[in-house]
Unconditional design. Structure first.
Length: 426
């Protein structure tokens, strides 16, 4: 990783470089995904089966797993994994239960009643990647807030393994998280099936969960037919460190994100050149023992940077401009600065709150806005799985008092039928 000195220019050139990662989807990819969507819309399950064989190389003997069947997978997995999964579930539940909203109603002395109803969505689809990118933690993070929100049915789709069987760790996570049904299919065809519905796969109201470029493209093209969580970009971490931060910690945290993807971004902002150089050496030392060394090196070489800043305040100003997915404050008194952070998906406070704590265990959701969208997007939450509707009740007497002003507003907009709807009552 390069070490540079912040000068009001170099750090903002870095932002422009990072934006280049978010390349627009190629026309070829759009054409492929559009063809798959059309086929699934017209031919349903048959098209899903054909694309499953073509892309996954196998047609599972069993394609559908009911809620009761999922429970058996909890006893198939490693006991330590099972324990970790259950404890993580508890933490995620505890955090998300605090996000719930209640319906409300207000009554006035004149008889007018107004309010808002909060309801969970009816059906939600969760996409869970398979193969080397099989993440049971994502099952928890997507399904648990949906269940807490009151979603009536949670449908999960995931590609089969090479032998046609499901990934047992993912299935165990589905059981723990309260998924209602699992279908063994993946790719753009699974997204299309959830969006339109097939004879076997239910049509859902919203699709959440990560996937490859074809999955992301399908979600983007089908937005409007169905709601989606977001079109996520490459993972990213920004670490702000003072002179007392531990370089071994900083190096480990930067590489924890770099191992996701060659396009991932890991940036360190520090007020100490000594810490900067020590972190550089720690990366060289630790990377030798990591399995995804090639990916980490590619990520750090192209999208990694260590920038020496004049102050923590200067670093935070840059952080708010970048709006990173993950932001670590590895400083002596992180709570001193938390109020200055405006734009970040999730903030990790202090030297003992590394980013993987949030990925797996602490409770806050790890589905976060990327690519600077933390300026206006929020993490996945219970709010992501609810809908709101308002209601109004007026008496005849109260409507009569307001009728002239309503008619005036309607006629000013040229909507005489609106005005007539009021006039006809009197």
């Amino acid at each position: 990783m390069n070490i540079t000195k912040a000068n009001g220019k170099v750090e903002y050139e870095l932002i422009e470089n990072l934006k280049k990662r978010n390349r627009s989807i190629s026309n070829k990819t759009i054409d492929i995904v559009s063809t798959i969507i059309k086929a699934v819309r017209e031919d349903g399950d048959e098209a899903v089966r054909e694309y499953t064989v073509r892309f996954d190389g196998v047609l599972p003997k069993k394609c559908v797993f009911e809620k009761e069947e999922l429970q058996s997978y909890i006893d198939e997995v490693d006991e330590d994994f099972k324990k970790a999964l259950l404890n993580a579930k508890k933490n995620v539940e505890d955090f998300h239960k605090r996000q719930t909203q209640e319906s409300w109603m207000t009554t006035q002395e004149n008889g007018v009643i107004m309010g808002q109803r909060v309801r969970g969505l009816h059906k939600v689809g969760i996409y869970v990647p398979g193969g080397t990118a099989a993440y049971p933690s994502s099952v928890l993070m997507n399904a648990i807030p949906a269940r807490i929100a009151g979603v009536k049915e949670i449908i999960m789709v995931t590609p089969p393994s090479k032998d046609g069987s499901p990934n047992p760790d993912i299935m165990a996570a589905a059981a723990v998280a309260g998924v209602d049904k699992v279908f063994l299919c993946g790719g753009a065809q699974a997204i299309a099936a959830l969006a339109y519905g097939t004879e076997k796969i239910p049509k859902v109201d919203k699709i959440v969960g990560p996937g490859n470029i074809f999955v992301a493209t399908a979600k983007k093209l089908l937005y409007g037919v169905v709601d989606i969580d977001m079109v996520a970009g490459p993972s990213e971490i920004l670490v702000i460190a003072d002179m007392n931060a531990r370089p071994s910690f900083l190096a480990a945290d930067l590489m924890s994100q770099a191992e996701h993807d060659k396009m991932a971004s890991s940036i360190l902002l520090t007020t100490s050149e000594v810490v900067a150089r020590a972190t550089q050496k720690e990366i060289e030392k630790q990377i030798k023992y990591l399995e995804r060394q090639e990916i980490i090196e590619a990520s750090l070489n192209k999208y990694g940077e260590i920038i020496v800043c004049d102050s923590i305040e200067q670093a935070i100003e840059f952080a708010n401009e970048l709006a990173p997915e993950h932001l670590e404050l590895c400083v002596d008194d992180p709570f001193k600065y938390i109020g200055m952070i405006d734009n970040a998906g999730s903030v990790f406070l202090g030297n003992w709150s590394p980013e993987p704590l949030g990925d797996y265990y602490a409770g806050p959701n790890h589905v976060l806005p990327t690519s600077g969208t933390a300026r206006f997007f929020s993490p996945l939450s219970v709010d992501s799985f609810i809908k709101k509707s308002s209601f109004i009740y007026y008496t005849k007497e109260e409507l009569e008092k307001s009728k002239d002003e309503i008619i005036k507003l309607a006629e000013t907009e040229g909507l005489t039928a609106h005005a007539n709807s009021i006039k006809v009552r009197f």
